[in-house]
Write a protein that binds this ligand. Sequence first.
Ligand code: SF4
Ligand code: SF4
Length: 325
Amino acid sequence: MAKPKVAFYWCASCGGCEEAVIDLNEDLLKVADAVDIVLWPVAFDFKRKDIEALEDGEIAVSFINGAVRLEEQEEMVKLLRKKSGLVVAFGSCAHMGGIPGLANFWTRDTIFQRVYKEAPSVENPEGITPQERTAVDIGELSLPEFYDTVKTLDQTIPVDYYLPGCPPPPDLIMNAINAILKGELPEKGAVLAPNKALCDTCPRAEERPEKISIKEIKRPHEIKLSPWKCFLEQGIICLGPSTRSGCGERCIKANMPCRGCMGPIKGAVDQGAKALSMIASILGLEEEGMTEEEVKKLVDGIVDPAGTFYRFSLPASLLTRRRME
Ligand code: SF4
Ligand code: SF4
């Protein structure tokens, strides 16, 4: 019997999601045995024309990581959608825009200005920036269009499932692959991770006081962090209450607070707003007698609030991007 065809593709991403596939270790050999990989740019030399030559729907599943920033990425994900039975948004950037999505606080022009002209390490006296078409002696060179706005995968093509995380943890990847191979998938649109908040699985939750009131906000490098106390109790912003579990509490175990890469808990429309509302509810409780002025000072202690609350989810949020006009 023919093995199911599988594609892995990357868009605007750091390569960590590719690394997560390698982190399957020996399980990767089992996957390679059970499926026929037809596209995986980081590992094999398949070409776009190989995918174009397939029948529509011939690929059983495409795992696509990264946000959509370039014209070429948009073309490739549309091609993969046409050729695939299932599309899985793999990792935070495909799921919600991820770290590349923070570029939506700027425009293409402001990014090019900084990267190609102003950055201290750049020497570019003629102020050259990437052009979509450049005439050279032997013809014309072309580059894909760099879009003004970073998009999530599902803002570009219909997506069947989401594998969250920066990067998705190996056990969730294997669970997803096994579920696909056995045809035991949940309803379309599901996030393939537990429907619980990270706080529900966090080893520090047991010791956490029932009521927390933050009186001073600190950053992890500013204090000696306790290896067992809840970060919120220590005045460190932790997005555990508003973030989906399933990562194995990776950051918490490394004594760092959660930044929210697994995405919002089920039912939360906007991860940043949910996190903001959670933090607002525990900042200097009224019964502690803090004045409005003191609470304002406390709020000002949050360095880079937009980056803190929307670190992984700006393109997927209600904001989508900063209005630059
Ligand atoms: S807020 Fe963070 S440290 Fe505290 S219990 Fe939740 S996940 Fe754990
Ligand atoms: S602790 Fe938070 S930021 Fe860290 S891997 Fe888990 S969900 Fe992502």
